[in-house]
Ligand binder design. Structure first.
Ligand code: SAH
Length: 329
């Protein structure tokens, strides 16, 4: 819901201040219609129903994976595509992957979103409406900003959305912002907003390899990014998750694991998540399961905690930008 417009409508009617909170509580609890919001005056419910759509997003398509992962493609009012994914796990975790931008201005060359044109930053309401879409289908308890876009380039809206997520069921400790290593944003996260978790998409420990994958590395090189992460870790007293995409022949050699373990010091500041590549059109091939397991073992032998991420939703093109990119093609 356009929460700014909601405030304007309530103000224009001279409604008491607590009304916006009431509407938000209903939405956060999964309400689908104003008719359900029984503590609002009938005339207000009718006016809102006529003037303010319940969501800023129009669901265009929803696909369900054999593993239960659901992916939704939405369109904003100005026709921008965005997508969000819900992953359900046996242990009860229901994790939402949200987008912060339509498209992305960064051009990581393994990423489907990076190959699309950049649209624009999403508003706080558009970020929350992705979560509310899935909340209407059931409970949710984790959020990762690993959908389309670079969240630290839209940090005001992302943090405003994070403030509201606990009402939807997602505590701040269960909210993770993932970044390419946008240093000014990492610095702000150390002191501003709720104490969310931080994930860094590193993908290579050697500067030339990383620049080849992620042009943003020329602007914010690895040492600067790692220093910013260590300052965040100092301020927030939490480990930084390192995302490391496993690409055959690019960044998966055993000696590259050793270099990575050198870059990630002190070791107790970081935890590495090795990510199997979700194939996108282009030059890359994912590493073999053996190469991934070997890389993990080398990291562990060098003192760096490391795990391999479960792949979910591969049959529904659930990797960053794949569904929206398919629509555009
Ligand atoms: N811009 C932020 C968040 C969005 S991308 C960031 O880069 O962290 C979320 C994660 O998905 C990143 O680690 C990104 O590198 C990864 N990713 C992108 N394309 C992928 C693919 N095809 N397979 C697996 N992971 C991918």
């Amino acid at each position: 819901m356009d929460l700014k417009r909601l405030d304007e409508i309530l103000d224009a009617r001279g409604e008491p201040r607590f009304r916006a909170g009431q509407v938000w509580e209903w939405l956060a609890g999964g309400a689908r219609t104003y008719a359900e919001m029984t503590n609002l005056p009938q005339t207000l419910r009718e006016e809102l129903d006529a003037d303010l759509p319940i969501s800023t997003l129009d669901p265009v398509r929803e696909v369900k994976s054999v593993d239960g992962t659901r992916k939704a493609l939405f369109e904003t009012v100005d026709g921008r595509p965005i997508e969000a994914v819900l992953m359900s796990y046996r242990d009860g975790r229901r994790s939402l992957c949200l987008s912060s931008q339509s498209g992305c201005p960064l051009t990581c060359n393994f990423c489907a979103t990076g190959r699309m044109a950049f649209g624009r930053n999403l508003t706080e309401s558009e970020i929350l409406d992705q979560a509310l879409h899935f909340r209407r289908q059931g409970s949710v308890n984790h959020v990762v900003f690993m959908g389309m876009g670079e969240p630290l380039m839209n940090l005001d809206a992302v943090l405003a959305a994070c403030e509201r997520l606990p009402a939807v069921g997602v505590s701040t400790a269960h909210t993770t912002i993932s970044t390419v290593g946008w240093v000014p944003g990492i610095e702000r996260l150390a002191t501003e907003g709720p104490r969310v978790r931080l994930a860094l998409s590193l993908h290579a420990a050697e500067g030339d390899v990383r620049s080849g994958l992620m042009p943003v590395n020329d602007r914010y090189p690895i040492p600067e990014v790692i220093e910013a992460c260590l300052r965040w870790r100092e301020a927030r007293n939490r480990r930084v998750y390192i995302e490391y995409l496993m690409l055959a022949g690019v960044n998966d050699a055993p000696d590259q694991a050793v270099v990575l373990s050198e870059v990630l010091k002190p070791h107790d500041a970081f935890k590495v998540n090795l990510i199997p590549f979700n194939p996108t059109p282009g030059e890359f091939t994912g590493s073999s399961p053996e190469a991934i397991a070997g890389f993990r073992d080398t990291l562990i032998a060098h003192g760096v905690p490391a795990t391999v991420r479960l792949t979910r939703g591969r049959d529904i093109e659930a990797a960053c930008g794949q569904l929206a990119a398919g629509r555009a093609a």
